[in-house]
Each structure stands twice: as C-alpha cells, then as structure tokens.
Design a protein around this ligand. Structure first.
Ligand SMILES: [Zn+2]
Length: 632
C-alpha cells in the first residue's frame, strides 16, 4: 500500500485519557445503566450468535463491543473489563480458518429470515471494536485476528462485491485496515483499500451532483438519504484522502457537512433523519445512531485534518443532542429526538418519514434495536479523543471536558489534568506535571465562538488568543505548571425554521424547561421489566410561547444564572445553568399527532400576558421547545 498521509493529530491509545468530574460521573451512569448491562438484559446481545447464542448474528453484538470496550477502559472498570475480555476472547477463539469472524449466516433481528448473502458491514464493524481492544490491551493475538480477517475480506470481495450497508459504509473498513497498516504493512492492504473504495458508494460525487435538498418524501426509505449512513459518510473522503492525497477528497468532506447543515441542519449541530434526511422542521426526528456516529466521524475528521471547527461541532453534538436523547438514569433512550419535542407518545400518524409510531418514546428498543446496540460509543469515544498528540512532538487539547491524560514525550512521562465544569462554566484549570524537565508544545483549541479568550500560565497572561485556531504554547516544562484558560461565552441567536430563533451560548443550546409526566408503557412485553422499561412523557406545563427577544437587546433579553453542578447535570432538575427570558403564549399553536404543529412564521403577535420563562441547556431536557417564534 502507498504510504498513508499522516494524521494532523494522533489519538492516544485507549486508556491514556481518563474522565474526571462530571464526565466521569456521566460515564459511570452509562456503565450502571443500559449500556453497561445490555449483555444481561437484552437477548440480542446476551444470546448473540457472536457469543454462541441463537439471536441476531450480524451488527448488534459488534456495535455493543465498539462502545463498551472504550467505556470499560476509559473508566478503568475491572468488572466491565473482565466481561469485555470474555466476549472478545469468545470471538477470537471462534475465528474461522480463513479469517472470518463471528457467524457466517446473516441472521437478522426480530425473527427475520436468514439472508443468503452476508452483508460485510458486520465484519467491518467488528474490526473497529477489535482494534480498540488491542490499543487497550496490546494482545498480539488480536492483531493476528484482525490481519487474518482483512486478508479474508480481500479475497471475498473479488467474487462477492459490497452491497447494501457494506456498500454505503465501505470506508469503515479503512479504519481497521489503516490501523493494521500502521502496525504490519503489506502490499495486499493497498489492493483491499482500492477495492473497497471502487465497490463503495461515491458519497462526494453524489453530494456534488444530486444533493438531497429537501425532506425525504413520506415512505421513500433509501440508502443514500439514510441519516446514519450520512453521519458516518462525512468521514469517508477524509479516510480516503490519506491514500489519494486529492484536494477534491478534502473538499468533499466540507461540501457534505455544509449541505447537510443547510438543508437538514438543526441548532444542535446535528441534522434530521427519521429515518432518512428530513429537512429543517424542528419536529422531525434525528436517530440516536446518527448522533453517536456523527460524533465519531467528527473525532476522525479532527484527527485527520486538524481543523478546530470539527471540534466546535463535536462539542455541540455531544453536549446537546447526545444527553438529551437518554432518560436521566441512562436506562432508556429514544430512537428519534426532536428539537421541538413537546410530547413523547405512541402515535398512529407520527411526523416521521418512515419510522414507526414509537420512535420518540424513551425505552429499551423503541422503533428498532440498532440504537440500543450502538448508543454505547457516544460518551466513551468522546472522552478518549479529548487529548491527542500534535505533529510537532507535543500534546493537544482537542475538545474540553474534565479529564486527565498520560503520555511519554521525548522518553519522559507527562501527566495533564484538566479540572473544569465546562461546558457549564468558562474556566478551565490545566495542570501539567513532569518528572524531569522536558520541552514540548501544548496546543490548546480556542473555539470559534470564544472571543476574548485568555490564557494565564502560572499567573502570567499570554498574548491574545485567536478564536477558531489552536494556540501553541512551547516551553520547557518543569515540575508542575498551572494554566488557566478562560473561554468567555456570549449569548447568540440561531435562526431556525420559519424565521424562528434559538438561544445559544458557547457550546450549549438552550430550550424551554417543560414540566413532565412519565408514564410506563409496554410493560407486558418481554425484557421490558424495570429499570429497562418504555416510557411516554407528557407535558404538564404550557410550551406554546413566542419570545420577546432580539439581537440588538439580547444581553438584556436573556439573563443567565449559574446553578450548582450536581450528580445529574443532564436532567431538568439538575441543570447547572438557567436562562431567564420573557414570552407570551400563542394560543393558535398546539399539538397535532403528539408533536408541536408547524412553527408559526415569525414575527408573531399575541395579546396574552408577558411571562417569565426558564430555559435550560438542551442536553438537560426531555421535553423542550428550542426554536421559538419571535414576538413583534
Ligand atoms: Zn439506530
């Protein structure tokens, strides 16, 4: 294989970055919730054919491993690590002579008949999970297994070309293949890369010639507009660019993100798809798989190209869309979340273009179980990618959350500890500790929104920091060095559907706090006993408000107040921040089929009384209005 173009920033081995503070508590909540117990409570993982059972034998178990492996290792949780070991060892012990991993029969979920032709997506996904396991454990047999599997795939696709999911997700194979190439390069690896690319769907060309500029028509499910495929595919041309070096590949990444944003973008940094791209109406849904895959794609893009704008978007997705779509205890999740989500209930005629009537319930496997299996990767991979190695021999803070990391630079151990209540606060305390003096640069990302950001090193104010760039601090580090980075957050108005507005500040988007009543449903279904039941959520307070707000008077129109950061920051009661705004009810704006009706076009008039309203971070809400009409 031709040499790969180097990564702009290189991820650290799994386990080198560990969460602290609220992020550690969030990951612990995940491990104590559905994600960490899926192999006990859900037959499609517990009795998966991957682990010797008789249930689904394609993507579900590998999806779970792809998230639970990093979860176990970023938390350094011995019990979870022991369980992961057992499953991975089972898979490795049962690898076929020719290198095939897992079951060969394409047995799908929900009693669907066996497919005669195996869709290779299941193998590409398993490779990603195993590569992480090797990063964390260094076990040689994992490397052997990955090599044998890729050699097997290289032969198979000569006679059985990629189709369906494998065809639309071909570049996911490059993740495992490049990983192997960096450890055991061989000429056949280039053949496989070229065959995958040639047989795969050409996303860049498709977006250039025929972008999907409107909502998918009702009932027209398709692979090209599939929201998860799109969230994954934004990294396709970055991965391929490492081999091609073509400027058109780099440009295709930006073109895809820009068009998804323009035609389907939500104020959370995500785009809609329920299950295919669904336009900019805030009552359309976004599938959870798309949220975690977009985050992973952005982490990959950040590493390949080093553009801090990818991290700005990554934080927005992870701090807003990701926590919002889980119940507070992380035992239940939604298939589809809505930016304006005023009720979660079973509907005969839901607004989704193809998803089923239960898609916005919080539950075990609302609508379909892909998200149940795939949700685990969101928080752990974010934690693992907070810090990376910089190309000039230093370290880089890529995204911010309380964390610590260990690395060796110039043969000397370095420890960095970041303590902060970011993104709920602006101050980040960074402590760099070295045992022996060592010179290296530290790159600190300054988000594009952080105008007036400051950095003090041991109390010494540094030169002005440029938003939307990395600040490079090179020095000889000795003993313990304290840095204080301040990222000022100013309110801004984001424009939405029908000229509506949403309030944002720093990486957080704000939404109306709505009173909630949770009602358990589907309790008679198998596997739905508590705590992993299904829930409808009904509003107990009004939500149909227009806001008195404008860009000119924004600083007076919205007033922020800090609240204590507790154990459950991503809940309505635990919100670490509140914003006070004023608005009037809009009596004509009501509920239809369980969702808010079409947002009235702004500006709007209302003779209802002016009321104080409380907005909280989007990620803290379960019900919400985020995009509001604006009062005259
Ligand atoms: Zn899904």
């Amino acid at each position: 294989m031709d040499p790969l173009l180097p990564l702009a920033y290189k991820p650290l081995p799994l386990g080198a970055v560990r969460p602290l503070g609220w992020l550690e508590r969030q990951l612990r909540l995940q491990a104590d919730g559905l994600s960490g117990h899926l192999d006990e409570v859900w037959a499609d993982v517990r009795d998966s054919r991957w682990f010797g059972g008789d249930r689904e034998g394609w993507e579900r178990a590998p999806y779970w491993l792809d998230g639970v492996i990093p979860l176990a290792y970023v938390l350094d949780d011995p019990a979870l690590k022991a369980r992961v070991d057992r499953y991975v060892n089972y898979v490795l012990d049962h690898q076929d002579e020719d290198g095939w991993l897992g079951p060969r029969a394409m047995v799908q979920a929900g009693g669907r008949p066996e497919e005669t032709n195996y869709d290779l997506w299941g193998q590409l996904l398993a490779l990603k999970a195993l590569a992480q396991y090797h990063d964390a454990t260094g076990q040689e047999r994992v490397l052997d297994a990955i090599e044998r599997n890729l050699r097997c795939l290289e032969r198979i696709i000569d006679r059985k070309p990629l189709f369906n999911w494998g065809q639309f997700r071909w570049y996911e194979g490059l993740v495992g293949l490049y990983w192997l190439n960096e450890r055991r390069p061989a000429p056949w690896q280039g053949d496989l890369a070229i065959k995958l690319q040639a047989q795969g769907f050409h996303w860049g060309e498709f977006f250039r010639r025929w972008p999907l500029t409107g909502p998918t028509p009702r009932g027209r499910w398709n692979f090209m507009g599939h929201v998860v495929n799109n969230a994954m595919a934004v990294k396709a041309h970055a991965l391929w660019w490492r081999l091609s070096g073509e400027p058109t590949d780099r440009a295709a990444v930006y073109d895809m993100i820009e068009k998804l944003e323009r035609y389907h973008g939500m104020v959370t940094g995500m785009f809609t798809g329920d299950e295919c791209l669904a336009g900019r109406n805030p009552t359309q849904g976004t599938e959870l798989c798309a949220v975690v895959e977009y985050a992973y794609s952005l982490e990959t893009l950040l590493s390949v190209f080093g553009d801090p704008a990818f991290a700005d978007r990554l934080e927005k997705v992870v701090f807003n869309a990701l926590p919002a779509t889980f119940s507070p205890d992380m035992w239940a999740h939604q298939y589809d979340q809505q930016v304006n989500q005023v009720q979660c209930s079973r509907q005969l005629d839901p607004p989704w273009n193809t998803n089923g009537p239960e898609s916005n319930l919080f539950g075990l496997e609302p609508n379909y179980g892909c998200c149940t299996a795939n949700l685990s990767q969101g928080w752990p991979k974010f934690a693992a990618n907070l810090w990376m190695r910089s190309p000039d021999g230093g370290l880089a803070a890529m995204a911010y959350a309380p964390s610590q990391m260990w690395a060796e630079l110039d043969g000397k151990p370095v420890h960095v500890r970041l303590e902060s209540e970011y993104p709920f606060r602006s101050e980040l305390d960074i402590c760099v500790t070295v045992e022996k003096p060592v010179r290296f640069p530290l790159h600190l990302r300054i988000p594009a929104w952080a105008k007036g950001a400051t950095l003090a090193v041991e109390g010494q104010r540094q030169p002005a920091l440029k938003p939307g760039s990395f600040f490079r601090l090179e020095r000889e580090w000795q003993g313990e060095t304290r840095l204080l980075l301040t990222l000022p957050m100013r309110p801004e108005l984001l424009r939405g559907h029908h000229k509506s507005v949403a309030v944002a500040r720093g990486p957080l988007v704000y939404a109306l706090r709505i009173g909630e009543e949770w009602r358990q449903v589907n309790g008679d279904r198998p596997e739905h006993e508590l705590p992993h039941g299904d829930w409808e959520v009904y509003p107990t307070t009004p939500w149909n408000y227009g806001l008195r707000i404008s860009e000119k008077t924004l600083a007076e129109d919205v007033v922020f107040e800090n609240r204590p950061l507790g154990d459950l920051p991503f809940t309505p009661e635990g919100a670490p921040l509140e914003a006070r705004v004023y608005g009037r009810r809009l009596p004509g704006w009501s509920l239809r089929n369980g969702s808010a009706e079409e947002t009235p076009a702004s500006p709007v008039q209302s003779s209802e009384p002016l009321e104080p309203l409380t907005l909280i971070p989007y990620g803290c809400t379960n019900l919400r209005v985020t995009e509001f009409p604006v009062l005259i």
